[in-house]
Unconditional design. Structure first.
Lengths: 384, 482
């Protein structure tokens, strides 16, 4: 292991590890006051609301969310460490860089952070698209072909549109069984190639259906208000009759403001889901590791370092429980294994259904199906 | 209120099994489905007219619309709407009817639709007015892609036909909030000359079924003149079964006996399956399924009792169609080109006096591709061109045919939507349509730049053809008539 590996983030180095050159380990500073914390959050939210209006900004937000998700995952492990009565060893490291003067250093830190966000954003987008874009594009094509076929009365090919649509839907749902965990795996590993450890991810998902069911349910439910926000522009002239007579410029101005404000809800939902996925992954991975279901070799370099630092890389023998409790747990887990996949499938089905519903009310050619803001690129602006 | 309107809903004695429609109907089958509060009272010249404001539920037909009696010093109104569940067809009914007619029940039933139709057919005069072709520029089109010269996709219509007739570019659909702007409603506004708040009586998703309560143009024409049903024709879209019910109303004095004939691919498929079953062309294993399917197809409109499939002229029409295009349904033209083809064949073999063509292709844009909308308009434009050419080439129609071209509704121009082509939300653009009349008796090269209503089309056609339209709320477009 090379501690100077730039792919390994600073945050996972504990106080006793050898820090990479140029990094100075420090303990976390004093906790900021309530108002300061919330003030900073609001500023960040406003910034993100602006960023999700454009492709480049969305790329940065995606990377930002991944980095923030990594911190969340690490905190799960940190808490596990605390529960074991140990002093937390995982501390935030500063990202100090050498440079002339305080301002110069600050700019360099910011610049490095922005570049990191873009890099991680691009990597995550690429991976998410590899897994989901074929299916979403298929759905987009199916919608196009369905209308095309209806218009041309191509009865001979009537099955093409619906069949392509169903294939796209099932493929997308199958991909979504893995995607949130794969993205969490990528960010916790600090290595975009680790996204493709499908075997390990699937093992984690199967071991903790309940947790992943909750993630899927969160996606399905939290996307409801976003679906409503997507649909509303189609009904604006009905909501306010005066808008029926808006010129294209007036409409564009209004929509600019509308999507900026709607972006607030989107950013909150987007970050919540990414953070929750990372936490779920961290929890599942730790559980699998400590139960012996996976070995140390299954961990990525960065994960191993962090867990090792926290002294969590060890098998914890199962607690001895009365036979009836063990029997009940065994039966319960079997039932969950049977029912949970159906539940998760239903949740992702509901997620897809919302896409169809919103496109039914207000169709967005080219991107309506192909680009899923919560899944691929977090761009939340639908200007006509 | 139109002073020409007649009080058609007459007091009907209820409770007697013999005096209702001249048919033997069991009194216990009555169901009261309306009340005074639900009906509309209109006063005109000392007469009170009661109109039921509720659509009949599926499987019911009107028996009595109301009764009015004048008490001392005040008008006492007993407004009730009775309906009877449509009985299952069985020979006994027909037997009773025959017996009843034979026994002279007819003399005690002056309001019997069926009997009156039979009686009137002797006394009605032959129709000698112009033929009318009512083109529904349908599927909902906006003015900007049709009559706007900068952006039109209907060049023949705009550059050629407008010069031949009178254009009403400011025609619109009433902006009342409960007046819907859609195809079924728009078609019925055109056919009845009256805005109504239609309720779907079928409950089928994306297949709303509306039944007019006041007579259509076809019924009024056929009641006034001796015009056989096959000369009053509606041509419908191939995949719109919900449009199969516009050929007659539920009005007591009109209805199925004055219906128009519907030509559509659905009707052809029904005819074909019936013939295939008769010929034993269906394999045994599919026989039960095919019979069931035929039964479903034939009973699509429960109100007709099979009357709409007995016309030998129409049977011959479909025979010829089958001979030409075969059985597959994959050879004939599709979409709105099919409607044009049906119209051209109908003109040759049925010689319709009044024909409505319900074009619909521009509607395949709701959530799809904008190019379908403009292409649909072009297809209709081409279809109209074929129709006009056919009329000019046919001595029976040349100089004796009036065209009325009107959309069923407009479409939205929602600046907030990437595909702004809905029409269900009563938007201004969805209410903005246009109307063009041309032919003999119509002013040429005239543009009437004033606000007119879509419901004016029906009384205008009635005036051109020489029959009154007392149920229409619209005014005749006098500016168009030379």
């Amino acid at each position: 292991m090379n501690p100077t590996d730039p792919a390994i983030p600073e945050a996972i180095f504990g106080a006793e590890s050898t820090p990479p050159v140029g990094l100075e380990v420090q303990t976390a500073g004093p906790r900021r006051g309530f108002l300061v914390r919330w003030g900073l959050r609001m500023i960040k939210l406003l910034g993100a609301m602006v960023l999700v209006q454009s492709v480049l900004g969305a790329l940065a937000v995606l990377g930002w969310a991944q980095r923030r998700a990594r911190t969340s995952g690490l905190r799960v492990w940190e808490k596990a460490n605390r529960r074991m009565g140990r002093t937390p060893l995982l501390v935030q490291a500063s990202s100090q860089v050498e440079g002339p003067g305080a301002w110069g250093r600050k700019f360099r830190v910011i610049g490095k952070s922005v570049v990191g966000c873009f890099r991680e954003g691009f990597q995550t987008l690429f991976n998410a698209c590899v897994l989901t874009l074929p299916w979403t594009v298929l759905m987009q094509f199916a919608w196009y072909d369905g209308w095309n076929n209806s218009f041309n009365k191509g009865y001979e090919h009537a099955a093409v549109g619906p069949a392509a649509s169903w294939i796209g839907i099932f493929g997308f749902i199958a991909a979504m069984f893995l995607l949130p965990m794969c993205m969490a795996r990528q960010t916790m590993s600090c290595d975009w190639r680790r996204f493709y450890d499908f075997r390990l991810v699937w093992k984690l998902v199967r071991r903790d259906w309940l947790c992943h069911g909750l993630i899927a349910a969160s996606y399905a439910l939290l996307s409801v208000p976003l679906t409503v926000l997507k649909i509303i522009p189609g009904f604006l002239p009905q909501i306010n009759r005066a808008m029926d007579a808006y010129t294209p410029q007036q409409a564009a101005d209004f929509l600019g403001r509308y999507w900026w404000m709607a972006g607030g809800a989107f950013v909150v939902v987007f970050f919540l889901l990414r953070l929750a996925s990372a936490k779920a992954y961290a929890r599942s991975l730790l559980d699998a590791l400590q139960s012996g279901a996976i070995g140390e070799s299954d961990l990525s370099e960065a994960e191993w370092r962090a867990l090792h630092r926290l002294d969590l890389v060890r098998v914890v023998p199962p607690r001895l429980r009365p036979p009836w409790l063990r029997a009940a747990a065994w039966a319960g887990s079997r039932m969950i294994r049977l029912a949970a996949p159906v539940f998760v499938f239903g949740c992702w089905g509901l997620f897809v259904f919302q896409t169809y519903l919103s496109e039914f009310f207000i169709h967005h050619p080219w991107t309506g199906f192909a680009l899923q803001p919560l899944v691929q690129l977090p761009i939340f602006s639908q200007l006509p | 209120m139109d002073s020409e309107r007649l009080p058609v809903e007459s007091p009907v004695t209820r409770g007697s099994p013999l005096l209702i429609w001249g048919r033997l109907v069991p009194v216990f089958g009555f169901k009261r489905i309306g009340s005074e509060a639900e009906n509309t009272r209109e006063r005109k010249g000392g007469n009170e007219i009661l109109r039921p404001d509720c659509n009949l539920p599926a499987g019911f037909r009107v028996l009595s619309l109301g009764s009015i009696s004048k008490g001392p010093g005040q008008m006492q109104i007993e407004s009730k709407l009775f309906a009877q569940e449509t009985p299952v067809q069985f020979p006994r009914r027909e037997f009773f009817r025959q017996v009843g007619m034979g026994l002279g029940v007819a003399s005690a039933a002056p309001f019997s639709g069926a009997l009156q139709a039979a009686q009137d057919s002797v006394s009605r005069k032959d129709y000698r007015g112009p033929n009318v072709i009512l083109v529904r520029f349908g599927g909902g089109v906006r003015r900007q892609e049709t009559i706007d010269p900068r952006n039109t996709h209907a060049p023949f219509f705009l550059h050629e036909l407008v010069r031949r007739g009178t254009l009403f570019p400011q025609m619109s659909i009433d902006s009342l909030t409960d007046i819907e702007t859609s195809h079924g409603q728009g078609t019925l506004y055109l056919l009845t000359g009256r805005y109504e708040r239609y309720k779907d009586i079928g409950g089928k998703f994306l297949g709303a079924r509306f039944e007019p309560r006041v007579p259509t143009l076809f019924e009024q024409l056929r009641r006034e003149f001796n015009v056989p049903s096959h000369q009053a024709v509606i041509i419908n879209g191939e995949d719109r079964k919900d449009e199969e019910f516009y050929n007659f109303s539920n009005h007591t004095l009109y209805g199925v006996d004055f219906r128009s004939v519907t030509l559509s691919l659905h009707r052809f498929k029904t005819f074909l399956l019936r013939r295939q079953l008769e010929a034993g062309a269906i394999p045994d294993k599919d026989l039960a399924k095919s019979r069931k399917r035929l039964s479903e197809m034939e009973s699509l409109d429960y109100r007709t009792h099979g009357k709409d499939r007995q016309d030998p002229v129409i049977e011959t029409f479909w025979e010829n169609w089958r001979e030409h295009y075969g059985d597959s349904g994959m050879v004939n033209p599709r979409g709105d080109r099919l409607l044009t083809e049906l119209a051209l064949r109908a003109m040759k073999s049925l010689r319709p006096k009044l024909m409505m063509i319900n074009y619909n292709d521009p509607d395949y844009v709701h959530w799809g591709n904008a190019s379908h909308y403009t292409r649909g308009i072009q297809i209709i434009d081409e279809g109209i061109k074929h129709l006009v050419t056919a009329v000019e080439a046919d001595p029976a129609y040349r100089d004796n045919t009036v065209f009325a071209i009107v959309p069923d509704c407009g479409r939205d121009a929602n600046p907030f939507a990437p595909v702004p082509f809905q029409h269900h939300f009563n938007s201004r653009s969805a209410r903005e349509i246009f109307g063009l009349f041309f032919g003999p008796g119509i002013e040429r090269n005239k543009i009437v730049d004033k606000d007119v209503e879509q419901i004016a089309v029906a009384p205008t056609i009635g005036t051109l053809m020489g029959f009154k339209t007392p149920f229409s709320d619209g005014s005749v477009l006098e500016e168009a008539i030379a």
